[in-house]
Write a protein that binds this ligand. Sequence first.
Ligand code: ME8
Length: 526
Amino acid sequence: MKKRFYITTPIYYPSAKLHIGHAYCTTLCDVLARSKRERGYETYFLTGADEHGLKIEKNAEAKGVTPQAFVDEIVEGFFKLWDLLKITNDDFIRTTQARHEHVVQTAFTRMLNKGDIYLGKYEGWYCRYCEAFWTDTQVGKDHICPDCNREVQKAEEEAYFFKTGKYVDSLLKFYDENPKFLIPESRKNEMINTFIKPGLEDLCVSRTSFSWGVPVLENKKHVVYVWLDALTNYISALGYCSDNEELFKKFWQDEDTEIIHILGADITRFHAIYWPMFLESLGLRKPDREFVHGLLMMKDSKMSKSKGNVVDPYPLVERYGVDAVRYYLTREINFGSDGSFSPEQFVERINADLANSYGNLLNRTISMIGKYFDGAIPEYKGQVSEFDASLESMIDVTISNYEKAMDDLKITDAIIYVNELVNRANKYIDETTPWALAKDEAKKDELASVMNHLARAIYVASRLYHPVLVTASDKAFEQLGLTSSGYENINDKHLLDNLKTVKGNPLFPRLDPNVEVPFINGLMAK
Ligand code: ME8
């Protein structure tokens, strides 16, 4: 296990407001980053905004403002949303910042001097929505963009190109030697069969048809084409080629850092093919893992800013709280598979897992400790009954399964392990029947042990839920009477001895589907 982590989200286009799909990716990265940090790994978490390109230039023009003013306003909204969702990014990179533009220009010059970039003429099928050129085969006879299904136009212009051919063999060798580089593995076959085998064309890395971009120093009528610009954010944010390369040395160059990019399936080829090539051209190390998460769909089609069929995360968080939304995104959509957003599933998930299972376990336990032990958690005295032994072993297994799943980026699985522990603890109440033990003075020790074990199960579940349920877990700790503790205490069986519990409100009040489903549907209709 490497000792440090560098985790990134894609940098989103500020061409319109973000929707729940972006919130999904950033939240899941945040869960990973928090979980690593809590477990003591030095972690750097980056997100940002990809502010150049034709689409933004056009949107700004339509609004009658400068592109910079246009993106400034939208990026304000990014900040608000990440604040609302309690995202703990260490930095926010904007591609219009001088620190980034400098790196793009330096990288371009280095590649040019090395002979990896040359001036040529581009003719191809251009999708102005995706800002991507496509080949004849990719657009088919109807000339449709394979990404967004819109019509593409034939376009030609003088442009600089990156020589992909020079790096193809080395990329394939890299894939072979690093089977865990691209996850899920099916994506690697897709890259090879769809893009590399049919013959990878040189990549267009400059444009002259719009001006909202980083100027090419060597030829000012060109601006750097968005993907060379965008991808370098992952190193510009760390200070690559700046006066202070400390972060870059630590989080990129040091082999003891695990570099993980998280991205959606729509941008895999840019990350999995061109980015490693650019890095090799610059003589830099490649990331350890690129994890391709699935897309959130609306009914049968992809949710996207340009289609306008989106769910706005703001009112959801406002009404249901940050924990409910973070939990739904983490648990409902298996990380790595596509998923769909549905109001019914949202309400059902919160009710079943958070209100009935976790919230209820806490509520029942705190009430019983209040009733039977005057609110003080009895001391740990080992395993008094066979049920104690079984719950304790489940706790140990849960911690180790959870950690392994998180390390493998199986975030949904990690959370399911915690849910299973919570369910087990609820069942343990039924098995041990504390209300019956309480009637028999001779069973006082047994009852005390049950309360201690329940409190510990709640503590461990809350610790493991913490990267997701960022406020509710803290409330659970408060109810257990804990003022401070960290992940390092997770195995301490005496942590809760004699703590004075504090009865609180239910963490997750049950949602009434008859009220909430129409409410969420209303948000979607807007
Ligand atoms: O592609 N479901 O930006 P972008 C889940 N600027 N995730 C979704 C989603 C959905 N329906 N829609 C978007 C760009 N995403 C470039 C990236 S990176 C160097 C440059 C998420 O604003 C998903 O992670 O179109 C996807 O890859 C990303 O947003 C695309 O965001």
